[in-house]
Design a protein. Structure first.
Length: 149
């Protein structure tokens, strides 16, 4: 009699069925120094998908890990849409390899942008230094105005 069970005779539990720690929105907000509004915003953007028990949101380890990854991505300067794309790649591929390859592309683009910004900042700083030297030279060579004269 054929079954849909994998070798070993039991079905792998889904994320929602897996036992494990659960968190409230307030607990995660406190742990990650976020507002509950920020966490709900991430849900609205499709980055988090907590289970529901009535009106209450039940967050598992998956959402907790995703919040860590969201914060890391934001520190690196990634847009939320880019972070979501990485999550989506992992979800569809079922493997880290395509996700890592895309992440490397994003990091390369971010690095190039930061290098360009550094060059732009260096150019502005050089111009400020030039103008500052010119202004100081002018003040030094210009005689102070006579008071009361």
């Amino acid at each position: 009699m054929p079954t849909d069970l994998p070798p070993g005779g039991y079905a792998k539990p889904t994320a929602a069925q897996r036992p494990g720690p659960t968190y409230t929105i307030s607990e995660l907000a406190q742990e990650f120094a976020l507002t509950t509004r920020a966490i709900r915003f991430y849900e609205d953007k499709g980055l988090l998908a907590p289970r529901r028990r009535g009106l209450a949101r039940i967050y598992g380890e998956r959402e907790r890990t995703r919040i860590k990854l969201i914060q890391r991505g934001k520190r690196l300067g990634l847009a939320l849409s880019e972070i979501r794309e990485l999550f989506d790649i992992y979800a569809t591929a079922g493997s880290e390899r395509p996700q890592i390859a895309k992440f490397l592309q994003l990091l390369d683009a971010r690095r190039a942008m930061l290098h360009q910004q550094r060059e732009d900042i260096d150019a502005v700083l050089a111009e400020i230094a030039f103008i500052e030297r010119d202004c100081r030279r002018r003040l030094k060579h210009e005689a102070p105005a006579m008071e009361g004269g």
